[in-house]
Design a protein around this ligand. Sequence first.
Ligand code: ATP
Length: 138
Amino acid sequence: VQRSLVLVKPDGVRRGLSGEILRRIEAKGYALAAVELRDATPELLAEHYAEHEGKPFYAPLVEFMLSGPVLAVVIEGQRCIEGFRSLAGATDPTVAAPGTIRGDLGRDWGLAVQQNLVHGSDSEESAAREIGIWFPQL
Ligand code: ATP
């Protein structure tokens, strides 16, 4: 059974969508293995977003992720890595399909960073790496 690291980003927490997002995850049939509301730190985000360092949206992305608490979640279930990315929808909320978290709830704020409500690991390798970053005790 797979595990994936999901983050409800600061826009989702601020807009009061944490419960709705967890509801969709549970309704899909994935279990919540860990849930913690916390403030990210520059060090933690540097690790989490290492692959994006140097890209034009990197600095605004880190700033956005520090703008308020995030809900860090470990989900568990058969093929939940791919499954959650499907629930989340495309990165850009304007083109994300209706029925997805970003498509139904995401807004295009016209900012330097896509404030797209959620993050989900994109492979088994990144899931293991990201769970280690956010939940070293697991
Ligand atoms: P995530 O990894 O957050 O689930 P993703 O895999 O669709 O989303 P990535 O390519 O990993 O997106 O980028 C990480 C985050 O950086 C995005 O979710 C978004 O917030 C921001 N981002 C990515 N590409 C852009 C871009 N071209 N312009 C602005 N922000 C971006």
